[in-house]
Write a protein that binds this ligand. Sequence first.
Ligand code: FUL
Length: 694
Amino acid sequence: MRYFLFGVIFSILSIGFNYAQTKAPEVFGPVPNENQMRWQEMEYYAFVHFSVNTYTDMAWGKGDEDPKIFNPTELDCRQWARICKDAGMKGIIITAKHHSGFCLWPSEYTDYSVKNIPWRDGKGDVVREMADACKEYGLKLGIYLSPWDRNHPDYGKPEYITYFRNQLTELLTNYGPIFEVWFDGANGGSGYYGGANETRTIDRTTYYEWSNTYSLIRKLQPNIVIWNDGGDRGDLRWVGTEAGLVGETNWSLLNAKGEVEWGMLHWGLETGDSWVPAEVNTSIRPEWFYHQNEDLKVKTLPQLMETYYHSIGRNGTLLLNFPIIPNGLIHENDEKVALELAKTVKEAFTVNLAEKAKAEASNVRGNSKEFGVEKAIDGKKDTYWATDDNVKTASLTIDFGKPTTFNRFMVQEYIRLGQRVKAFVIEAFVDGNWKELAKATTIGYKRILRFPSVQATQLRFTITDSKSSLVISNIGIYSASQILDAPFIVRNQAGEIIITPVDAESLVFYTLDGSAPTPKSKKYTSPVQTQGKVEVRAIAFDHVSGKSSPECHEKFDLPRKDWKIVGVDDEKANALFDGNISTAWHQGKDKKMPVDLVIDLGNELKICGFRYYPYQNMWEPPGVITNYQFYVSADNVEWKLLDQGEFSNIKNNPVWQIKKFSPEKARYFKLRALRNTAGNDYIGYAEVDVFTTE
Ligand code: FUL
């Protein structure tokens, strides 16, 4: 009798238990709201950077530019929209006002806008044309409005906040639905400020009173998402770098209150109490604004594919920037590679080998069909495979029924129920054994893993650690073609050209006469000694597939073999002209700003510019110059100041800084550092070079 009673109680309990498991799992932790969900599903959208500094070749406008220089004679926002649409993007965010303070729309609240310039007789409105073009092409419109305004007289005072909100109100009222608003973390510094020409600092945690501004935004545009860099939690976060990548571990979580360190921007916070997903922003060229000297530096297809895997493939969205050229169009080089990227992504991810395969799981929630494995391979975003409440580790095995070749694995969690997975592994069944292909941590909205092509009959996806039971919305298995990246070209101090392919097995062909390299050009086997100025173009070539890589194209000025750093007896100092951007030399620890670098060129040259590459190692103090002066001298006694200014966005985007000026004969030059990003006296140089003329 006693056993009978136990049996009855046990059966009732297990029926109850199974009944609970046929219901959807409970939400676990923070989850996205509808706006964040819609935004996440967009995955890929564009930035366009355009302002008065497009016409001065600067990364940031200073706020004193004559607005008349803004003259996009062939402006065609429909061209921008067509390119973005064809590139598979879902929206465009326009720099309605960048740090210069110049407004691309005829704002009622300032004279510093398109309404006071000859272009279109002061009747132009770039934001309007952009909004109309987006509508025509079925794209969403986003607004970048720089909080820092180097033109406005009131910047730094409370009055400016009213001005800023008035402008936001104009932009969020007059141009239809806005999907995202972007504020930029660069705040305060030197500027024109209505003629004051001074440096103004603000406390970015209090000055803007963001919470009131956020309420205004949500009232005007209830479906919007708000960007922030972590300080004031909006709806999504910056990832702490402009290089185009988020951490491999990427939690869409942060705490609503408290400091946000760099690592939290980059990896999210596993224990975060709020849903704050990652947006990866990067430019298709080294810089955000158009600079003609970057026409040959547009990122290559393989580089952009890396960005794709390091953003969308790591639970982020990708915001890719097109700098607008002075005539008002996107450059053809940028268009070409953006379209190639779309084509390559499409080709790689069209045939999902999992769709036709048989799937089996080690656990299915309540053994119910509703949460069965098929739901993870049906390609639908609202269905998912789930496990019982107490099951946090499980495997899903895909049986192709025949040997199948693949090299990519895509997986999505059903994030409406929270981000849960902490670790997983992918294995292939090869010759009767399970072979590990890849291991990873978080999944989130989407995770893509890459591994060398493998031929196998089965794939096993095992979640080895999770915060809660599993909810997997989709998996995909693909075979993507391999693409070769361009080789690297450097010239060392002795004037030797060294070309290194990314993939050691490929061959390299090059030219030195400016002509396009082909597999019939000269084969590179060892360093090539060169004299004088030289233009080097090179490709890598895979003899198995017969395919060539994109081209690397470098122009070098005179070799630096006679250069000496005056007053420095340190072998390591040669790092700054060894051609290698990953080696650097530092000085200043024992000095006070300004810190000078004096170079003896060995003989008299006519100098018309210089370039500086900052040291970039994140884990050591890099000593990055932000403000400089450049002097020349015939005798190292009398000096003439040729140029001075700022390396505007060097902290977040530490790329080559190029400065040009009228030529001057000199035997010596002095690069004087006036300030660095850290506010101390330490200065690092990865490379310093000059431009010369006859
Ligand atoms: C940065 C700005 O300073 C750059 O100019 C650019 O707009 C980038 C998107 O954000 O912080």
